[in-house]
Design a protein. Sequence first.
Length: 82
Amino acid sequence: MTATEASRHFSDLLDAVERGESVTIVRGNHPVAEIGPAHRRTGADLRAALEGIAPPDEAFERSISAALTMVTSEVADPWAGA
């Protein structure tokens, strides 16, 4: 499909992608983009990605806690002492 056709018939393009098709967009007879169905992400995907990775240690937990404290602390004017 040409870029012009894609822009003029974008709704039809999305319908095709929703049906599971992948569409190649060409400009000047060379491909410039491929549009395909989005991959659904789930908690199972995250669990699989993290499988085998050691849980955070205490030092990491302390670092995260300290960072959260800095981000959530209320400072009226952070530039007051500058």
